[in-house]
Design a protein around this ligand. Structure first.
Ligand code: SME
Length: 155
């Protein structure tokens, strides 16, 4: 049995998503493709998906990969709510230490959530990645993913 870890190549991921979504402007289709490609690119990613801004101060689940996620998250709650409220990436090395973390799965140990900005500059959604590994994510992941998200949703 191979113990080789699969790690995302963000340059390849950017090109793959661009190729798969060429000419597409439907946001749900873009999110579904993004979640699928990202989720399967790296063994650290155990839940990968979007929470969409559906009304002021409210997030609702969007396309995702992994076990079921909670359907609604107000901006006042959770790691996703913090990313939406503050407009900043939330890099959580230990979810147990994040006050108000919403555990959709008891196995989650670390989490990365990024704001997703639309073409108008408004907040469109947040991208949530959960890992069963502690301290799975780095600032390099956050910075690289922000660029990939912008290439798909902001231009
Ligand atoms: N952990 C997130 C909730 C979404 S589930 O993990 C998919 C949060 O605290 O906002």
């Amino acid at each position: 049995m191979s113990n080789k870890m699969t790690r995302v190549d963000y340059t390849y991921l950017t090109k793959a998503i661009a190729s798969l979504t060429e000419g597409e402007d439907d946001v749900i289709a873009l999110m579904a493709t993004f979640a699928c490609e990202l989720h399967h690119s790296d063994d650290r990613f155990d839940w990968t998906g979007f929470y969409r801004v559906t009304s002021p101060q409210m997030l609702k689940i969007g396309p995702y990969q992994g076990g079921h996620g909670c359907l609604q998250i107000p901006f006042s709650r959770g790691v996703c709510g913090a990313a939406a409220r503050l407009g900043k990436a939330q890099l959580v090395s230990d979810v147990e230490s994040f006050v108000g973390h919403i555990a959709c799965a008891s196995t989650t140990r670390s989490e990365l959530v990024l704001p997703v900005w639309g073409k108008s500059g408004a907040l469109l959604a947040v991208l949530d990645i959960d890992s069963d590994q502690p301290s799975a994510f780095s600032q390099t992941d956050a910075d690289a993913l922000a660029k990939v998200l912008a290439s798909v949703f902001s231009y």
